[in-house]
Design a binder for this molecule. Sequence first.
Ligand SMILES: [Zn+2]
Length: 350
Amino acid sequence: MGSRRSGDADRTGGRLPRKAPRFATGRRFSPGDRLVVLRYHRNMTLKDAGARRYRGRFAPSPTGPLHFGSLVAALGSCLDARAAGGEWLLRMEDVDEPRTMPGAAAAILDTLERFGFSWDGELAWQSRRKPRYRAAFERLRLAGETFACACTRREVADSFLGAEGAPRYPGTCRNGLPTGREGRAWRFRVDPGEVCFEDLLQGRICQDLAAEVGDFVLLRADGLFAYQLAVVVDDAEQGITHVVRGADLIDSTPRQIALQERLGLPRPVYLHLPAAVNAAGEKLSKQTRAKAIGDVRPQAALAGALEFLGQQPPDGMADGDLDSLWRWAIMHWSRDRLPQRRRIAAPAGW
Ligand SMILES: [Zn+2]
């Protein structure tokens, strides 16, 4: 299977020699940490020897029904895995419990099944994996990689802006809580300097986390673990080799890589597909009133998603049967035809 740009990123996992995992550089850690780190490193060596089979995933957040943008991510990740003879897992990213919508997870599963998606293994639920996030958080905390933060959301928002206008944490509590203040959340200490990776579609992506994001939250003031930590723990535990997802998440990737490195976890290969936006250029979402794709005839929606991904489905596919559509899509899947863009307008009305 061809990649236009990074020919050997598949083999190296895009890993860069610049920085060894932090635990290996003499930083103090507990005996428990050492065991875990050694185990992961051994796994990495075995897997990097070529025995690692492609394993991809789709990880929707049940905050509303699937829309065209999430269908594109589901289809792209599934086809990339199936075309490589790999596995494709499904994970419900319901770690942000206040944002989940009752019934949304069931509606997403129903839509995926009706559209002909089939996934390998058991569906994973982030809300049921909190002990694993806790364990990873504790390892980081005991190793001095985190600090308690007393700042409110408003205090951080009032600081100067980082990447894409998002507030950047100014480091207020990095060297200890201000007098008289109590810790609310726990943040991850980011290193100065750029974190880079080779995206199979978007090319080389670099972000200076300290300058653009700042120390980011791992354990929130409401007691929930942050999405960034949950994703990194899950991808490693599920043995995900390829993360194919929408480019709306590309700015999260350097944070996830920084966490992987500090936890001694392998780095998957990344491919960020163009994100679907509406006519106003906004990402499709419940907030922007994107249409529920489950209301569209599956063949029409899937043919539209294939078209969006540059796969040039033959005429009439939207009117044909679902099995033939899937057979054609897997057989003809081509990374080389993917548009090398971060965002593209969705078909009108979707
Ligand atoms: Zn703070």
